[in-house]
Design a protein around this ligand. Structure first.
Ligand SMILES: C[S@@+](CC[C@H](N)C(=O)[O-])C[C@H]1O[C@@H](n2cnc3c(N)ncnc32)[C@H](O)[C@@H]1O
Length: 169
């Protein structure tokens, strides 16, 4: 990956959990990451400072921002991107047709069991996320991006109730 990213590019990580940023710091060190980076504690509900950015990644994070704050956050990001800059979003989503939601969630939990999570762990995680993780449909997420100004939007990944999509300025 480093071969294709110019040397002057800096990385900035934002999370409202200092513990998560400590883990991020440790992982970057373990991986021998040599580029300049900074990690900042900030609540994305209050918007985010972005300037002169080429790429902004929201990986499984927008879903935790209160719905009322999501459009403003994406507008902040749009305004802080360079021309041709992109936002890359990975989210847990609701199926477009609710008839598929139950099946998709079942396949997800089956995958967790195959990866040695116990039923207790799966249930605890589900309870912890209730009313905290608020998923949108993929179409609602794309509308959110378009309303923030991203005129080019495309899906690059979808696996049941998880998706990745990109918006270009
Ligand atoms: C599923 S984790 C994803 C972590 C990381 N982005 C990754 O891909 O490995 C969700 C992250 O969102 C963070 N988060 C939740 N609400 C947030 C908020 N309002 N502002 C900033 N970060 C938030 C959590 O602390 C957690 O680290």
């Amino acid at each position: 990956m480093n071969e294709t990213i110019p040397d002057h590019i800096r990385f900035i990580g934002v999370d409202d959990s200092a513990d998560m940023l400590d883990k991020c710091n440790a992982k970057l060190k373990d991986a021998g990451f040599k580029r300049p980076f900074s990690l900042k504690v900030a609540d994305l509900n209050k918007g985010v400072e972005v300037s002169n950015a080429s790429v902004v990644v929201l990986c499984l994070t927008l879903q935790f921002v209160r719905p009322i704050n999501r459009e403003r956050l994406l507008k902040n990001i749009f305004d802080g991107l360079l021309p041709d800059g992109v936002v890359i979003v990975v989210e847990k989503i609701l199926a477009e047709d609710s008839a598929f939601n139950r099946d998709f969630i079942k396949y997800y939990y089956d995958m967790k069991r195959r990866n040695h999570y116990s039923d207790m762990e799966i249930a605890q995680k589900r309870e912890a996320l209730e009313n905290v993780l608020i998923p949108y449909k993929l179409s609602e997420n794309i509308t959110l991006l378009r309303n923030a100004g991203f005129s080019h939007c495309e899906v690059f990944f979808k696996w049941y109730n998880f998706t990745g999509f990109i918006g270009k300025k």
